[in-house]
Ligand binder design. Structure first.
Ligand SMILES: [Ca+2]
Ligand SMILES: [Ca+2]
Length: 370
């Protein structure tokens, strides 16, 4: 729509409704940006329906990119790379402690952008409803890579994210997770197709989040390993840390894998809720494959192999059925235990790379690794 057409349409609305007010700074529906100042302004000034397309390059904002502008379910705000161009937003020029991108808004679709080298958290969505994050990368930041937080965190989907290399030096790695859904509430949140790896703390962490979150088709690996020569290293290294701070909540994990983490593959982390974990695989984690000592988790058709602490630690309230540690269930052989292909490039639509790693062909136990 041309500017002239847009204004005419607004004028018509004005006449029809008799009370509409002309916007003081109408923004074109599509904004193409190629420098940090324009990018910052486009994000801040977006309105429902705005499409922000970012040209190829590495951007170095000097202040957090942020917005409180809501889209709507039928007219979201879009922030994406221009065409198939490669866009990186780099936090190296931000002040200490700043985030790269903070959204406190509803109905945004953000896709095909890398957020790297943040001094602190890379991307934070606070009390967001109806946001979709597709093919995002958060890399090598100073705290968690991608965070959903706050009450009113509802119906957000994080699809095909890569989040790795995060390390909070000031706390010796104690806090930097790949994906954090922490300190908040709200239903309908989904993490799918994620690779969360080589972070100083956990791959994914649901600390103090009081509503169920669903994870599927996700790989969490190599977290909590001291890769920073930190003599006081304090990372926990759980693949999936599914609770904490007294919240009792039935998170769900389907068809996902954890390997090579310094802590447990999957853990309730004191959450006494009925966490559901199905068709997942825990391989070669340093502690337990599955640590559910106090809660009422429902563990079904999971596969644990070669974990340092053992396959499972489960309390008396845990339901366990069809897992390879349950009686009568055999342990299928892995086609491959070479993880190198897990680092390969994703498919053209952002899907996880094709691999035989940790696949077994079983239709009854373990993750399918896709
Ligand atoms: Ca920690
Ligand atoms: Ca953590």
């Amino acid at each position: 729509m041309s500017r002239r057409t847009a204004l005419t349409a607004v004028a018509a609305l004005t006449l029809g409704a008799g009370l509409a007010v002309l916007p003081t700074q109408a923004q074109a529906a599509t904004v193409v940006v190629s420098n940090s100042t324009d990018l910052s302004n486009a994000i801040k000034n977006a309105t429902a329906g705005t499409v922000i397309q970012v040209r190829a390059g590495t951007y170095y904002p000097t202040a957090t990119l942020q917005s409180t502008a809501n889209g709507t379910s039928s007219s979201p705000v879009t922030l994406t790379a221009y065409g198939s161009e490669t866009v990186k937003i780099d936090g190296s020029s931000l002040p200490d402690g700043d985030w790269i991108f903070k959204l406190t808004a509803d109905y945004w679709n953000v896709s095909d952008i890398t957020f790297q080298n943040s001094p602190d958290s890379a991307v934070v969505c606070q009390s967001c409803t109806g946001t979709n994050w597709n093919n995002i990368k958060t890399i090598n930041g100073g705290d968690s890579g991608f965070t959903l937080t706050g009450d009113g965190t509802v119906n957000n989907t994080v699809k095909n994210i890569d989040s790795y290399g995060h390390y909070d030096a000031a706390n010796h790695g104690e806090n930097a997770d790949g994906v954090a859904v922490k300190f908040g509430s709200g239903t309908g949140n989904l993490i799918t197709g994620a690779r969360l790896y080589n972070n100083s703390d956990d791959g994914i962490d649901f600390w103090s989040f009081s509503s169920p979150v669903t994870i599927e088709h996700t790989w969490s690996f190599g977290n909590g390993v001291n890769r920073w020569s930190d003599s006081a290293f304090a990372g926990d290294g759980n693949g999936y840390k599914l609770g904490g701070d007294g919240e009792v909540v039935a998170h769900v994990v389907n068809n996902s894998a954890a390997w090579g983490n310094a802590g447990n593959g999957f853990t309730e982390n004191s959450n006494k809720g009925a966490i559901v974990i199905n068709r997942t695989t825990a391989y070669a984690n340093s502690k337990w494959g599955y640590y559910f000592a106090t809660g009422a988790a429902k563990l079904g058709k999971n596969l644990a192999v070669s974990n340092g602490g053992g396959a499972v630690s489960k309390g008396s309230s845990v339901t366990s059925s069809g897992n390879n540690w349950d009686s009568g269930v055999s342990t299928p052989a892995f086609r491959s235990t070479d993880a190198s292909s897990a680092y390969n490039a994703r498919g053209s639509s952002g899907t996880l790379p094709t691999t035989t790693f940790l696949t077994t062909g079983s239709t009854t136990v373990g993750a399918t690794m896709d």
